[in-house]
Each structure stands twice: as C-alpha cells, then as structure tokens.
Design a protein around this ligand. Structure first.
Ligand SMILES: [Zn+2]
Length: 245
C-alpha cells in the first residue's frame, strides 16, 4: 500500500496547499481519505478522476469534506465524457443533509459508515470506529493483504480507539495542538502532541505520520515536542509526502 499526503492542514489551508486529504493506493485500487478544502484540485497531481475507486469522509467538518462537492462534479463529468465507467464509491457518516444530498446523486454510490462497520474498496478492506469529536465522526483502518493503516480522523484521546489501532503499520494521526494547549485541545475535540505520543506508545506503529496541523503553529514547533515525547519512528505530514507501507 502507498500513502500520499495531499493536504495536512486543519481548519483552513496555507496558501497553495490543502486541508485533510490522503490517497491510498494498492495495485490498481485508489481510495481517498477525506476531501477538505482544495483537495479536489490537488488530487489531479497524484491520481486521475477516472482512477479513483472510493472516497471516505471521516466527519462533516469543512476541512474534511467540503471539496466532495467539487469531486462529485468531476466524477459526473468524467462519466459523461466516458473517461470513467463506474460511480465513485462513497463512504459517509449518516443522518445528515449531506448524506441525503449525495445519496441522491447518480455519480456516486453511497455507503453509510457505522461504528464497527466494514467496507470494501477495490483491494482495500475498510473498518470504521467511532471517534470522539465535536460532531459524530469515525476513524478508519484500511488493510491490504500485506499492510494496514489506521487514520484517526479528528478525535480526542480515547482508549477504545487506541486499542483499535493496535497492529497497524502506519498510524496517521491528528496532531492539532501543542502541549501548552492540552486543555483547549480536549475542549475542541482534538489532541495535543502529548496525546499523540501516548497513543503511539501503546499502539506501536512502524511509523507514526503526524498530520492535521493548526495553521497558527509552525510544524517545526509541533515536531520538536513530538521528538521529545516519542522515541519511535515518525514523520511530519506535508503535501506530496509518499510512503510505501
Ligand atoms: Zn479537522
């Protein structure tokens, strides 16, 4: 499996960059995890619209889903022009007007995400676990026969989620705030570097990929804290980062 970071910013992106968007590839299978601000535009650098099998939305905050509207139009256009043969498989949290909106679209085939639910996107198996954020949301484990990745989505530290991530080769984890903002992070449904280090100490991934950075911090500041509190392998997400799992 290959992970490519398309965007790594929380809330709003830096100039010419994107919010949450991660491309997973396994042979001919391509799955997009989250589709925040500017991800649809950036996606073209890494995969064609005709190549994308599925998209997964962790929750309905704009930095994770708002470019889905653009993406669905692009898929619709590709189908119309015969560039694409099949609708996009779309894994979404339910019970919202957004879910209902996309469920009516012919260019996508919608699957509702539930806690403990499973899905299949080409050669990748998906499992979903409830996250703990300001709105209902989900973490995702994506597995191929050879490797696996666990994506936290946006969440506070939660022992059940930590357990669910055990054994994943890659832990792609929101690292939104610095340690001094620990209490504020928890109130906003996010984690600090301290939470992330504690999580990774338990789940023991081969590689931690820190992401979802608050634009007001310099990632170097976040990295400095992470390197002081976590002694395993880690990398800071940035656009274009490609990792072979
Ligand atoms: Zn977010």
């Amino acid at each position: 499996m290959q992970l490519t970071v398309i965007g790594c910013w929380a809330a709003y992106p830096r100039q010419d960059e994107a919010c949450s968007g991660y491309l997973l590839e396994e042979n001919e299978t391509r799955v997009l995890l989250d589709c925040g601000h500017s991800v649809c535009s950036k996606l073209g650098q890494y995969a064609g619209i005709d190549d994308l099998d599925a998209a997964v939305i962790s929750h309905y905050h704009p930095d994770h889903f708002v470019d889905l509207y653009a993406l669905s139009h692009a898929v619709r256009s590709a189908l119309f022009r015969g560039i694409r043969k099949n609708p996009l498989q779309l894994f979404l949290p339910g019970d919202t007007h957004v879910f209902d909106y996309f469920a009516r679209k012919e260019e996508v085939q919608v699957h509702e995400i539930k806690d403990g639910g499973k899905g299949q996107a080409g050669e990748l198996s998906l499992e979903f676990f409830s996250a703990h954020h300001l709105v209902p949301g989900f973490a995702v484990r994506a597995s191929s026969p050879r490797s696996s990745l666990f994506y936290s989505g946006d969440t506070i530290y939660n022992e059940n989620l930590v357990k669910s991530s055990a054994g994943a080769d890659i832990l792609l984890i929101e690292t939104t705030m610095v340690e001094a903002e620990q209490d504020f992070a928890a109130k906003r449904g996010h984690m600090s570097t301290r939470d992330v280090a504690a999580w990774a100490h338990v789940s023991q991934p081969q590689l931690l990929v820190a992401t979802h950075f608050w634009e007001g911090y310099e990632p170097q500041q976040v990295e400095k804290e992470l390197s002081a509190s976590y002694n395993g392998n880690y990398v800071m997400a940035h656009e274009g980062l490609r990792i072979e799992i």
